[in-house]
Design a protein around this ligand. Structure first.
Ligand code: NAD
Length: 488
């Protein structure tokens, strides 16, 4: 029997005891995860340094602070999220109990990526625990140091019979994918996302796919270019460009291209000095395979600035490319590295046309002072998210569902959205065994009169709150009139 099968069997058995459903248990596990993140901060920071050369403070900002906020929110709100949700009543359900009851799905498989190995693996776990599920956590085999810390320490803080960490590369993940889960939450490339969905289909397992793709960034000429370029530079070059929601490429009119270049260069120097290689805050490419792939993408484009690299350290400096067209190599796949191509377009019409020719992106960025233009871009395109006049920060707002559409993914998460994504929203309708005459209209023999009653009940939309308010008002004014007659 394989190690993966044994682990999943153990988890399922634990789930079947029903212990994960108790709110106190969920909160206790979330607090355990909270202690893990807090107490193992140093181990996490060291692992991130070794994996991706993330600085201690940068690592904390982009990985553990987001997790801490999500955990706090889940602990504070899980009781409310898990409560039955009453729904609007109609004429037929007036005297019934009608509500939605969120229920755990069962055993969730979480497959994490290497670029933000903590946030993107443990955020879905927060949702899984809050929703009362068990979960098998499979961190990426590429961010080896983070995976080792997770495997060594996480079981000391949360119930390892219910939330085990299973490590391994492609063969082990494929073994896992042969098994039956109640949900698979996958974060990674679109190519592997398709394999995950294929494997899930064999068991009719629902999936959340958090995938990638090319996220465009349009800069309008009616814009504060200095601010726009600072925000874009930040969003592009954090984690050395290895961010799924990094702006992949810029589109702007040729008249502002040189200003855009200048401002980005200025911001790079402001953030990382004129020698980013020596900056504490500038990361490295995860491995040599990715290094070679990214370097290869520069072929055929002109380096406007940057372009320096050191294979022995997996270092590629912040680089901006010009004279790029949609036929250039760098435009043929997601860059996922510190290269920022600029494509010149004639204006927003052409930008919208080019965006709509590609797959629906994970996020679409637009920078402009003109709100009409921003709303036009929203109305005429589609993407997982749209962010105007900033980069990345929509991910931080857990009120917004985070996820892709089409080739950039399916399903979403963060905060309550994670809870709902990993719950079954069960419809509950509890009727009484009285008032049988009302049901006559649906019982045979069917007659024209019964049908017209059915039509009346099904097609009449009554705002019951308003009706209740009106009835109350009528009763109150009747009472007032009575009192007035008696005492005045
Ligand atoms: P990846 O798809 O190579 O790996 C992700 C996970 O899948 C890892 O745990 C890995 O072990 C496993 N895996 C890899 N190959 C597999 C196979 N053949 N069969 C089964 N499992 C396999 O992705 P990655 O390289 O870690 O991440 C890069 C991609 O992920 C980029 O496209 C990026 O945009 C995307 N991404 C998306 C998000 C998001 O939230 N939407 C976040 C991070 C990364």
């Amino acid at each position: 029997m394989s190690r993966e099968l044994l682990a999943v069997q153990r988890v399922r058995k634990s789930f079947e005891t029903g212990k994960t459903k108790a709110l106190e248990y969920r909160i206790h596990q979330l607090k355990g995860l909270q202690s893990f993140v807090w107490e193992r901060k140093k181990d996490i920071a060291e692992a991130l340094k070794r994996d991706l050369y993330k600085s201690e403070l940068g690592g904390e900002l982009f990985e553990t602070v987001v997790l801490e906020a999500e955990l706090k929110l889940a602990i504070d709100r899980v009781k409310e999220w898990a409560s039955p949700r009453p729904v609007e009543k109609n004429l037929l359900t007036l005297s019934d109990e009608v509500y939605i009851r969120p229920e755990p799905l069962g055993v969730v498989l979480i497959i994490g990526p290497w670029n933000y190995p903590w946030t993107l693996t443990l955020l879905p776990l927060v949702g899984a625990i809050a929703a009362g599920n068990a979960a098998v956590v499979k961190p990426s085999d590429i961010s080896t140091n983070s995976t080792r810390v997770m495997e060594d320490y996480l079981p000391r803080y949360i119930d390892q019979d219910v939330y085990p960490v299973v490590t391994g590369g492609v063969p082990e993940t494929q073994e896992l994918l042969k098994l039956r889960f109640d949900h698979i939450f996958y974060t990674g490339s679109t190519t592997v996302g398709k394999l995950v969905m294929e494997a899930a289909a064999r068991h009719l397992t629902p999936v959340t796919l958090e995938l990638g793709g090319k996220s465009p960034c349009y800069i309008d000429k009616n814009c504060d270019l200095a601010v726009a370029c600072r925000r874009i530079t930040w969003g592009k070059f954090i984690n050395c460009g290895q961010t799924c929601i990094a702006p992949d490429y810029i589109m702007c009119e040729s008249s502002i291209q040189n200003r855009v270049l200048e401002e980005i260069k200025k911001s790079v120097e402001e953030f990382y000095t004129d020698n980013p290689k020596a900056s504490e805050d500038y990361g490295r490419i995860i491995n040599q395979r990715q290094f070679k792939r990214i370097m290869g993408l520069m072929e055929g484009s002109t380096v406007a600035f940057g372009g320096d690299a050191d294979e022995s350290e997996c270092y590629i400096g912040p680089t901006v490319l010009k004279h790029v067209t949609h036929e250039s190599k760098v435009m043929k796949e997601e860059i996922f590295g510190p290269l920022l191509p600029i494509i010149t377009v004639s204006g927003v019409d052409e930008a919208i046309h080019l965006i709509n020719q590609g797959e629906k992106p994970l996020v679409l960025y637009v920078f402009s002072h003109d709100t009409t233009l921003i709303h036009r871009v929203i109305a005429e395109t589609s993407s997982g998210a749209l962010l105007a006049n900033d980069c990345i920060v929509h991910f931080i707002d857990s009120a917004l569902p985070f996820g892709g559409v089409g080739y950039s993914g399916m399903g979403c998460y963060r905060g309550r959205h994670s809870f709902d994504q990993l719950s079954h929203l069960r419809s509950c309708l509890i009727k009484q065994l009285n008032m049988e005459r009302v049901n006559a209209m649906r019982y045979p023999p069917h007659t024209v009169q019964k049908l017209s009653w059915a039509r009346f009940f099904l097609l009449t939309h009554v705002n019951l709150c308003r009706v209740r308010r009106m009835v109350l008002l009528t009763v109150l004014s009747g009472l007032a009139a009575c009192m007035a007659q008696r005492f005045l």
